[in-house]
Design a protein around this ligand. Sequence first.
Ligand code: FES
Length: 164
Amino acid sequence: MRTTRRFSLRVNGADHVVEGEPQTPLLYFLRNDLSLNSPKFGCGLGECGACTVLLDGVAARSCALPVRLAAEHEIVTLEGLGSADAPDPIQQAFIDAQAAQCGYCINGMIMTAKAFLAVRPNPSEAEVREALRYNLCRCGTHVEIVRAVMLAAERGRTQKAAAP
Ligand code: FES
């Protein structure tokens, strides 16, 4: 017998109540109930990274995260980072480095990079490559993506050095 329950989700600073089965992946609620379409369904197995969101600041694969485990946590999607008018610095770096082709993986790349730079603001290129190792891009845009993350890190350092 299938049982549905209600879950409180805090997404991009707003509270929502959704209803569904506890094991249903968070990704389905984000896309279908909340119309947040940045997290993508790629493999559905936690392997490609297209569905990545931040869960309490840590990159998490929402296709493999049961909604019952996401409830009551702080969830941020790409929509919550910035907007077209006011992009987050990591989003701006991806734009400036032209780090996208089809764009399908970019949600996961940006969200993973955002979490990574929060704990490692001064990474080497090798560390960036390692951090993004399990985010797949079928277009082969990895070189530009790594460049974008290095650019965001460099700008972060410059901004910090210029701060009073
Ligand atoms: Fe979630 Fe591939 S869709 S990791």
